[in-house]
Design a protein around this ligand. Structure first.
Ligand SMILES: CC(C)(COP(=O)(O)OP(=O)(O)OC[C@H]1O[C@@H](n2cnc3c(N)ncnc32)[C@H](O)[C@@H]1OP(=O)(O)O)[C@@H](O)C(=O)NCCC(=O)NCCS
Length: 387
């Protein structure tokens, strides 16, 4: 009998120049550059340029890219009016998916050349931030705050949310989070984006499908679930019993484990340090509780299954965003705010692959295990003959 590959693990489906993960060594590379180097030296804007293009920008290229991102920030007023018709408690990921898709209804943009696709990518990156912040303001009955062209992407998002320009240390912390989440090879949402692009659907359509994939708790939605877990644990003394009870029921601990990394996720390392630094300043208990969740889960996995497990990107980002005062249900939209860059880079690569083998419409094979009545199919019985 043919063996199926559950979840397409390890199957090579396309070439990419966008990024690479070494799961054994815990390395993540964006277009040849180590993510740890980028978090130290780069910015979200520069890293976005790098991911979309083939290399780091020159000063002139970066200046142009930054000003295009700033120009693209506004979304149509009509869109914000339409957002006001949604339930105030609607899931922000559902709202984001719908309104990213709706961008196609407001802009008649070309997507037929690689060059025009870059402009669309810029639109997508900038407007995603404005959509998330607008929804936050609308659902809380607060006036919408227009983007501020004096601010870079990270600071502008915080400003559009809360109406205050962030302190430079907070801006740097958030900018680093955006760099860390921007790209991660063929994760579920990026693969979906490429799959949709492979049908020759346009960028907003592919990105909105990716947002749907990101919302699930086994993917980006884990950072929301991690925060729910921490609030439920409440006190560091409850961590061990909480974790063991969960594991006794066969449930997974969110923010732990990864399909590719067999060692510490390099993003989690950076986020852990950022979370520690912020917690020291704010006095919040969440860093220490998260650290104990990590330690307890590692010990329990070893004891129960003889397996190693490590934190993933969602474990420490959850409490970090909480300490930065973002409402917890925006954890996953904030992931999308950054990952949209990786999606756009992959959509462009999928659509305009120059090197052979060129990509094609994805069409895996299914193994049919359903009803079988012989080669002619089953006899159709009218309703009165069915028991
Ligand atoms: C991310 C994830 C789906 C990767 O899964 P994977 O490498 O395919 O590993 P599997 O789901 O096959 O799990 C392998 C074993 O480890 C266990 N395991 C994996 N992650 C676990 C977790 N977070 N908590 C408890 N057990 C876990 C599984 O139950 C499984 O045990 P089994 O072999 O006895 O069935 C998985 O680790 C997970 O669900 N994590 C929690 C969700 C999360 O944080 N997602 C964000 C990912 S960035």
């Amino acid at each position: 009998m043919e063996t199926k590959n559950i979840g397409l693990r390890g199957i090579e489906v396309a070439d990419t120049k966008v990024s690479n993960i070494d799961g054994e060594k815990g390395k993540l590379i964006y277009r040849g550059y180590d993510i740890l180097d980028l978090t130290k030296n780069s910015t979200f804007e520069e890293t976005s340029y790098l991911l979309l293009h083939d290399d780091l920008p020159t000063k002139a290229q970066l200046d142009e890219f930054r000003s295009k991102l700033k120009e693209a920030r506004f979304i149509p007023k009509q869109m914000q009016i339409n957002m006001g018709n949604w339930r105030k408690d609607a899931d922000p990921m559902d709202m984001l998916q719908a309104f990213v898709s709706a961008l196609a209804g407001y802009y008649d943009e070309e997507f037929s050349s690689k060059e025009s696709s870059y402009d669309r990518a810029i639109n997508l990156i900038s407007k995603t931030a404005t959509i998330i912040a607008s929804w936050y303001r609308i659902r809380n009955d607060l006036p919408i705050i227009d983007p501020d062209p004096s601010l870079d992407h990270a600071a502008n998002f915080i400003y559009m949310m809360f109406g205050e320009k962030p302190d430079p240390k907070i801006e740097k912390t958030f900018d680093t989070c955006l760099i860390l989440h921007a790209e991660h090879t063929f994760n579920a949402s990026t693969f979906i984006a490429r799959q949709v692009a492979s049908t020759r659907a346009h960028m907003y359509s592919a990105a909105s499908a990716a947002i749907g994939a990101l919302s699930g708790e086994l993917h980006g939605g884990a950072n929301y679930e991690v925060m729910r877990m921490l609030l439920d644990i409440e006190d560091i003394n409850n961590v061990e019993s909480w974790i063991t009870q969960r594991m006794d029921k066969g449930e997974k601990i969110m923010g732990m484990g990864h399909a590719v990394y067999k060692t510490y996720d390099p993003r989690a390392q950076v986020l852990k340090e950022l979370s520690r630094t912020v917690a020291e300043k704010t006095g919040d208990p969440w860093y220490k509780i998260t650290e104990k969740v990590e330690k307890t889960t590692i010990e329990e996995m070893k004891k129960r299954k003889g397996m190693d497990i490590y934190p993933n990107v969602d474990l420490y980002s959850a409490s970090l965003y909480y300490m930065l005062k973002f409402p917890m249900d925006l954890n996953t939209p904030i992931f999308a705010l950054s990952r949209v860059v990786g999606w756009a880079a992959h959509i462009i690569e999928e659509k305009f692959a120059e090197a052979a083998p060129k990509t094609a419409l994805y069409r895996p094979k299914a193994v049919y295990v359903g009803k079988y009545c012989g080669p002619e199919g089953c006899e159709y019985k009218t309703l009165d003959l069915r028991k």
